[in-house]
Design a protein around this ligand. Structure first.
Ligand SMILES: [Zn+2]
Length: 232
């Protein structure tokens, strides 16, 4: 399975693939916290699943990789099935409830690092039944990790994936800065970080067509993360 590493050693952390060739990975995080679930329950927020992104990727036959939290999968089983059923989409792990496992990580709720291994293992158990292109890729919420957090993952045989192109889409209020942020930094082998969380990343679907057009102009071709990291 892509991303599998030797159990018992500190997992590798990757930012991008080889800088040769012309492929790039579009990755979409699916965050979900208890606070977000409450927003859905109370009707404060309509959706944290941006179906316009899926519509576009499907229509244009664009490969992508989705870093799913367990709570998002449980809230959106049909959307998860749609992702898993697409042969161009890969599924990866983004913790169960999008907590921080380091001392200081934006304003994310903190969880003890002693709970990290169990949290990530549980998330794989939630994702695995959906099948499709499963991986052992894992991304920390907020990309926050330290040696203790990495060591805690050693029993799981995963690859930790950060990324080298941050779109800045969370809580964006305009789409153009996202397009600029991506196209100014993307290179062969890049791993682009975006979000599929709609209410918390409301401009991503508007930016995406422009990002795809800009990639085409640069002769860069989106590919599943496993293929970008393996390319040589
Ligand atoms: Zn996240």
């Amino acid at each position: 399975m892509p991303g599998t590493t030797r159990v018992g050693s500190r997992p590798p952390v990757v930012d991008h693939g080889p800088r040769t060739g012309n492929r790039v990975a579009l990755t979409f995080d699916a965050d979900m916290t208890d606070g977000m679930l409450k927003n859905l329950r109370t009707g404060r927020v309509k959706s944290y699943a941006n179906l316009r992104i899926l519509d576009l990727l499907e229509r244009e036959e664009v490969p992508a990789t989705f870093f799913l939290t367990g709570k998002w999968v449980q809230r959106y089983p049909d959307v998860t099935r749609r992702i898993a059923d697409n042969p161009r989409f890969e599924l990866a792990n983004h913790t169960y409830g999008h907590a921080a496992f380091t001392g200081d990580c934006y304003d994310l709720p903190a969880q003890p690092v002693s709970e990290l291994r169990g949290d990530v293992a549980k998330t794989f158990e939630v994702i695995e039944p959906y099948g499709g292109r499963q991986t052992r890729y894992f991304r920390f919420p907020g990309l926050c990790h330290d040696p203790a957090a990495l060591d805690a993952l050693a029993p799981l045989g995963v690859t930790v994936v950060d990324g080298d192109v941050v779109s800045g889409d969370p809580f964006a209020t305009a789409w153009k800065p996202l397009v600029r942020a991506v196209l100014d930094h993307v290179r062969p082998g890049s791993v682009v970080i975006m979000h599929v969380t709609e209410a918390n990343a409301a401009m991503t679907d508007e930016a995406l067509p422009h990002i795809l057009a800009g990639l085409r102009e640069r002769d860069l071709v989106p590919a599943p993360l496993s293929e970008v990291l393996a390319a040589g």
